[in-house]
Design a protein around this ligand. Structure first.
Ligand SMILES: Nc1nc2c(c(=O)[nH]1)N=C([C@H](O)[C@H](O)COP(=O)(O)OP(=O)(O)OP(=O)(O)O)CN2
Ligand SMILES: [Zn+2]
Length: 150
């Protein structure tokens, strides 16, 4: 029985602001985020199974990540609810714009923790989340590995 990792790549556009940050990212600005989700499992070995040979159908992984992350974060503005940006979020929302208030500073690190929790909860028990990579820009990214978590 071989354990195999499979990965699906997603792109989404999101605006955010880092409240209290000592640089230009304290301003609302956007990124073309790139998300790589890797799961691990044993390929199904059953000729009568419609998913024979697969750890998980790439399409099923896509459905999970799309509904949990992409559909929510794409073309939204992510703001820190534990900061005065909470009021800013209400104002933006009142103009029918998509805002996500999160209970953390929306850095790549915190977003990837949030994403890992959301994706893990939706995966079938036959597979495990192995790792996630989140590119904020072409040359800046955060990584989450299940093996690093205590
Ligand atoms: N550890 C982190 N540092 C920074 C984060 C983050 O999420 N984690 N985020 C930002 C900003 O959101 C910023 O938009 C991205 O920062 P940076 O990579 O520095 O962007 P630049 O385009 O200015 O980078 P260059 O390599 O100079 O082009 C800041 N820090
Ligand atoms: Zn940024």
């Amino acid at each position: 029985m071989s354990l195999i990792r499979i990965t699906k790549h997603f792109d989404f556009e999101t605006a955010h602001a880092l409240y209290g940050y000592d640089g230009k990212c304290k301003n609302i600005h956007g990124h073309s985020y790139q998300l790589y989700v890797t799961i691990i499992g044993t390929p199904i070995n059953d000729a009568s199974h419609v998913k024979n040979g697969m750890v998980l159908d790439f399409g099923d992984l896509k459905k999970i990540v799309k509904s949990e992350i992409i559909d929510i974060f794409d073309h939204a503005t992510v703001l820190n609810a534990s900061s005065p940006h909470k009021e800013l979020a209400s104002k933006i929302e009142s103009h029918s714009s998509k805002v996500i208030l999160v209970d953390y500073q929306p850095t790549s690190e915190n977003m990837i923790i949030d994403f890992a929790n959301k994706i893990s909860k939706k995966l079938p028990t036959s597979v495990k989340l192995h790792s996630i990579k989140l590119h904020e820009t072409n040359n800046s990214y955060a990584e989450w590995f299940a093996s690093d978590q205590s």
